[in-house]
Design a protein. Structure first.
Length: 566
């Protein structure tokens, strides 16, 4: 009986204690709701403001080149288009003969950009704020709860703050606000915007160089060196700076490896990211340019197509058995690439351009087969970086994802994993390349990163032949049926894996979707999906469907005299 009385008294005391905590906790929930509401109001964009108009013009306006009326900037709104020629600004109402091809920048996209700028300098303030919350009386209130009650309290607190924020935040743009419109008609404001645009163009060029330097620093590290966390920190700072100056690159990933088995392998995804953040799996990014050279691109899709076409014209060789010396090609290509890049619209230059060159040497040997190479190039200078044999190199934002980079580093530096990969070549020419491709397919399926597709193209570059295949495969139960090798020792009309497994019970097919292999095809696919290529990450070249032509033949003849026709 005494024991029971003590337990009853303890339970009663515990209930009373929780009742005492309930009132301050409810007050804290109200405070969280009020904090969320005022945070929402404070973070709402004041569209009736000169400052908002200026920052919106910086983000939403587009640079123009070779415009018939001399305009250098253009901004689209739902009811009008504003064009600035360096001296005056013209407002063209909707319904006239003039029609802008640029999309209207919505309130959400503008606010996302502003958040990127704020986040650029807000990280240092996070810890002091958290310390204040943790040491506050409200924080100590929940210490009297059990673990389950604390979890519920946390959910209620976050919900209260979120509800207040949603109620207080104004998401809709007000393009008709008087001060907003007045700034759009002010040529002095447009001049400031033009100067800011010029500064951003320089900043983006510096970011291109910083990105290339960072990749070069990673490539020269020795396997015995300790992990360098400073490189990861530099990477984060580069990406923050990119977002702050209005550059939000669509992610992509192309991996290359020069092998000792007489071919270089390239693996690329197929995703293109539009300016509204939507993603479409529809783009081939790696192409043959000669019988022993292939090129892949990341960054601006329009510039990428221009680069691939220009390289094909430049390396044209009428001799059926003619080959090119890859090292001389890599050495002389930057001069041409820089001219192509500089000819593109500034908006496209801001999207950057990276290239990966896969090649096989017709003269130099590496063991039983020819020497193979992989070179990477980055805008604006396009200086070549050569990968070591049996080690991977990559372009695109996928190369910066920690888990992806770790996987490739292990293949390059871990001798056991590299040997196991090489074993796939036994009895199956190109088997190492296809197995590497499937490893990356599995990695992308598991990680599902934004901007990168798990649908891949495999490219084998042999001496005299370039083979491009997809990673189509089928799954039946626990089994995955994959294509093996490049198929160079098989007839070209050999059935595919999907054809050989067709009709199996319970089969799940992984098949490549419809693919664009030119700018025109990309427009067609995007239009059929209700999207616009003009609003994509790679902005359209408004000078026509064909890229600007250069005297390729003159450059080609100079190069042809030294290296073509080996």
């Amino acid at each position: 009986m005494p024991t029971s009385s003590v337990m009853t008294g303890t339970n009663t005391q515990s209930r009373k204690s929780r009742r005492k905590l309930l009132i301050p906790f409810l007050a804290f929930l109200v405070l969280a709701f009020a904090g969320g509401y005022f945070a929402g109001r404070f973070s709402s964009t004041n569209w009736n403001s000169d400052g908002t108009a200026f920052t919106y013009m910086c983000r939403a306006s587009h640079r123009l080149t070779n415009s018939p009326d001399g305009a250098v900037l253009e901004l689209s709104l739902p009811d009008a288009v504003y064009r600035y020629d360096g001296k005056d600004v013209v407002e063209i109402p909707s319904g006239t003969n003039f029609r802008s091809t640029y999309p209207v920048l919505g309130a959400e996209e503008y606010e996302d950009w502003m958040k990127g700028i704020i986040a650029f300098g807000a990280g240092a303030a996070a810890k002091p704020v958290w310390d204040v919350i943790a040491d506050s009386t409200a924080g100590k209130v929940v210490q009297g709860f059990t673990a389950e009650e604390r979890a519920i309290a946390s959910i209620l607190t976050l919900g209260s703050f979120g509800g207040g924020f949603l109620l207080g935040h104004q998401f809709k743009a007000d393009f008709d606000a008087p001060k907003f419109r007045q700034s759009l008609r002010d040529k002095a404001v447009w001049k400031r915007v033009w100067l800011i645009k010029q500064q951003w163009l320089g900043m983006k060029a510096n970011l291109d160089t910083a990105t290339a330097n960072l990749e070069a620093a990673r490539n020269v590290k020795s396997p015995t060196d300790p992990p360098d966390k400073s490189l990861d920190e530099h990477e984060r700072e580069i990406r923050k700076s990119s977002r702050a100056c209005g550059y939000n690159p669509g992610m992509t990933w192309i991996v290359g490896m020069p092998t000792m088995f007489g071919y270089s392998i390239g693996i690329s995804d197929i995703r293109v990211t539009l300016s509204d953040g939507s993603e479409h799996d529809c783009l081939q990014k790696i192409y043959p340019v000669t019988n022993s050279i292939a090129v892949g691109f990341a960054g601006s899709v329009r510039i990428g197509f221009m680069m691939a076409e220009a390289m094909s014209r430049w390396l044209r060789c009428d001799e059926p058995d003619g080959f090119w010396q890859p090292l001389e090609v890599a050495e002389q290509w930057p001069e041409i690439a820089k001219k192509i890049f500089q000819s593109a619209l500034p908006e496209e230059q801001g999207l950057q351009c990276a290239l990966i060159l896969l090649s096989t040497d017709p003269v130099t040997r590496n063991g039983p087969g020819p020497q193979t190479y992989v070179h990477t190039f980055h805008s604006p200078d396009f200086e070549p970086l050569k990968a070591e044999t049996q080690k991977t190199a990559g372009i695109g934002s996928g190369a910066f994802i920690a888990e992806h980079r770790q996987h490739l580093d292990e293949l390059s530096e871990n001798h056991e994993r590299r040997f196991n990969l090489m074993r796939m070549e036994a009895g199956m020419p190109g088997g190492m390349g296809s197995h590497l491709g499937y490893q990356l397919t599995d990695l992308l399926k598991r990680t599902t990163p934004n901007g990168i597709s798990s649908h891949l193209h495999y490219c084998w570059v042999y001496l005299g032949k370039v083979i491009i295949k997809t990673n189509d495969h089928s799954m039946v139960g626990r089994w995955t049926i994959l294509p093996g090798g490049s198929g160079i020792n098989q007839p070209e009309d050999a059935p595919s894996v999907l054809e050989t497994t067709k009709g199996e019970a319970g089969e799940v097919v992984f098949r490549m979707p419809r693919i664009a292999r030119s700018w025109t095809e990309l427009n067609q696919i995007l239009n059929s999906a209700g999207a616009k290529a003009e609003g994509s990450v790679a902005a359209a070249d408004r000078r026509g469907d064909q890229p600007r032509r250069y005297p390729w033949r003159l450059v080609g003849e100079r190069l042809e005299s030294s290296i073509c026709g080996v």
